[in-house]
Design a protein around this ligand. Structure first.
Ligand code: SAM
Length: 267
């Protein structure tokens, strides 16, 4: 039984991968600056061990499907997530023909871009970002929402999270999308953040959203919009009630997941 290691690299890191694996790879160019190679190795355990070694050395790698039967499930898990007609979020080792390709590897953090609660906000960002906005992403995980905002034209994005692994992934993802200078990721709590943002998004459990309500609204610029996601239909009215200063539109829905998009009430 063979195993498969799939690894992504840029022009410079390709050689490092080959040194680490002790063999030359057959590299395929996925898009400008992004190469991928698949290495057949001696079994699935070996593949998993090499993936850990590659990841520890900073290379985005994954165990590939060892046989055709499992390739179907693997391809399904690894396919890009289309957003708003001209963008796709994908893993670094996956090809995409979209006009805007957002590469995200969440590592052990949350946020491949494929979860419906994330997609609801990604769709909103893709249509509502007009250019030059500032964005605050509360519970940023892999940074997918903050990074996508900048890829859609926002001037800058700040992401905060309580999960250290997510923050490491978010910073790496910002670098691989070449927007590190427009993003900041921090373990600061929402209460420690100052100033206001044109867009505030949060995809977190509804009880956390309700607890944070006052601070989320405080960070919203007068003409800004707030996006809350990760909400079940049963939680919608209680969540709305926690934000008396915000007028929400009809919930955006994807399967059982909902998002509320709102603006400050005009006084
Ligand atoms: C559902 S994930 C969303 C990740 C990403 N924003 C996305 O949409 O894919 C929720 C994130 O919120 C973070 N989180 C939970 N409670 C938090 C809090 N009080 N402050 C900041 N982040 C929090 C978690 O660590 C997790 O990364």
């Amino acid at each position: 039984m063979t195993g498969l290691v799939v690894v992504a690299a840029d022009a410079l890191s390709r050689e490092d991968v080959e040194v680490l694996l002790g063999m030359a790879g057959e590299w395929k160019l996925l898009r400008p600056g992004r190469w991928v190679a698949s290495y057949e190795v001696d079994g699935e355990d070996v593949a998993r061990k090499l993936v850990v070694e590659l990841r520890n050395a900073g290379h985005p790698a994954v165990a590939g499907p060892p046989d055709e039967a499992r390739a179907i499930a693997w391809n399904k898990l690894n396919r890009p997530t289309p957003i708003g007609g001209r963008a796709e979020v994908c893993f670094p080792w996956i090809g995409s023909n979209a006009e805007i390709v957002i590469e995200i590897d969440p590592g052990v953090g949350f946020g491949t871009g494929g979860h419906p609660s994330t997609r609801l906000l990604l769709e909103e960002l893709a249509s509502a970002i007009k250019g030059n906005e500032s964005v605050l992403d509360v519970g940023c995980g892999s940074g997918v929402l903050a990074i996508a905002s900048v890829c859609f034209g926002a001037e800058c994005a700040m992401g905060i999270d309580i999960n250290a692994a997510g923050l490491v992934a978010a910073k790496t993802n910002a670098c691989r999308n070449q927007i590190a200078d427009q993003t900041e990721f921090s373990s600061m709590s929402l209460t420690e953040i100052s100033g206001t943002y044109d867009v505030v998004v949060a995809n977190i459990h509804d009880d956390v959203l309700r607890e944070m309500a006052e601070d989320l609204v405080a960070r919203l610029a007068p003409n800004g919009w707030l996006g809350l996601s990760g909400v079940s239909p049963a939680q919608l009215s209680r969540l709305r009630g926690a934000f008396p200063q915000i007028t929400f539109g009809e919930p955006r829905k994807m399967g059982d997941w909902n998002a509320l998009i709102g603006r400050r009430q005009i006084e």
